[in-house]
Design a protein around this ligand. Structure first.
Ligand SMILES: [Fe+2]
Ligand SMILES: [Fe+2]
Length: 314
């Protein structure tokens, strides 16, 4: 579980990453929307630089150094990268302030933005995956509330009350307005999506908002509960034994009414210990789109203790 201060820093990163991606796509367009570009550069400067980077430079990094993280460690690299980000953004702001932009200047901006975006994405990855986990070993229990409070103070003093929500809403709106909702799955062929779902040690079934079975994984593989193609398109109520029907109906009804998001059960079955879970699937407005059922034999996990960090031989 992440402590609040790490969650705050990582949430900031999400805003920054989203702004970068929308901008990158905007810059690929022939007819560029300069207002959107200007707004996003402002987001990267105002939120990314004066708010987020200052949380790290003025509070988080000094706390780590005070607690014994060596100065020669990753903090020095992070500071250098912050400076490089700052230099790029300063240049971009100067360029955007120009009334007339030549073709050549625009091309140079696009190229340099790409360099800046790569640097910043890489920087975020290093922090999320290396620095923050490493930093946890130095942070003392008393530092945890201190860091979160200081981050809130910097946010308030640099950008005013409610800055995080404001900037998140702005970036989400820009993402939608430009029809650029980031759909990571769109880049994957359905064959790979299917194979990915089959590779998981779980059985998944999706029932749509009209209660009809639309998908299950491991079609031609061994399954805990036998399922054939004939269930596709059938009402879920027709696929369950009568004695569990009232439960199925109750779960679905409560999910449709927005009263429930999940239902879990665990049972003994054929020498396995099955964890069976139903999760409501909703769109971003919270509207019910269906329910996904997950079945897993959790026997192999029940005896786990301590940690396993070494790779076993295959
Ligand atoms: Fe940073
Ligand atoms: Fe950061």
């Amino acid at each position: 579980m992440n402590e609040l201060y790490i969650t705050m820093l990582m949430n900031d990163h999400s805003i920054i990453e989203k702004a970068l991606v929308i901008l990158e796509r905007q810059l690929q367009k022939k007819k560029k929307n300069w207002l959107t570009i200007q707004t996003l550069i402002d987001v990267l400067w105002d939120y990314g630089e004066t708010c987020h980077n200052m949380k790290e430079e003025k509070v988080y990094f000094p706390t780590l150094l005070e607690r014994g993280m060596p100065e020669s460690g990753p903090i020095g690299v992070m500071l250098k990268e912050h400076q490089a980000e700052r230099d790029y953004l300063t240049k971009f702001k100067e360029f955007l302030a120009k009334e007339q932009k030549s073709e050549e200047e625009i091309n140079q901006f696009v190229t340099e933005f790409s360099d800046y975006a790569n640097l910043t994405k890489d920087h975020i990855w290093k922090e999320n995956d290396i620095l923050y986990p490493m930093g946890r070993k130095f942070i003392q229990p008393d530092d945890v509330p201190y860091l979160a409070n200081e981050f809130k103070r910097i946010e308030r003093e640099s950008l005013g009350e409610g800055a995080y929500t404001r900037y998140k809403t702005l970036v989400d709106a820009l993402e939608k307005e430009s029809g650029e909702r980031i759909d990571l799955l769109a880049s994957l062929p359905t064959e790979i999506i299917g194979n990915m779902l089959d590779a998981l040690p779980i059985e998944i079934t999706f029932v749509d908002a009209e209660d009809r079975v639309r998908y299950f994984n491991k079609l031609d593989k061994d399954k805990i509960f036998a399922r054939t193609l004939s269930v596709i398109g059938r009402l879920v109520q027709q696929c369950h034994p009568p004695k569990s029907l009232h439960l199925v109906n109750k779960i679905i009804q409560e999910m449709k009414e927005g009263k429930r998001d999940q239902a879990t059960f665990w049972i003994h079955f054929n020498g396995m210990y099955l964890f069976i879970a139903y999760y409501a699937v909703r769109n971003e407005n919270g509207e019910y789109q269906g329910v996904v059922e997950m079945v897993q034999d959790i026997n192999p996990y029940r005896t786990l203790e301590g940690e396993k960090r070494l790779l076993d031989e295959q």
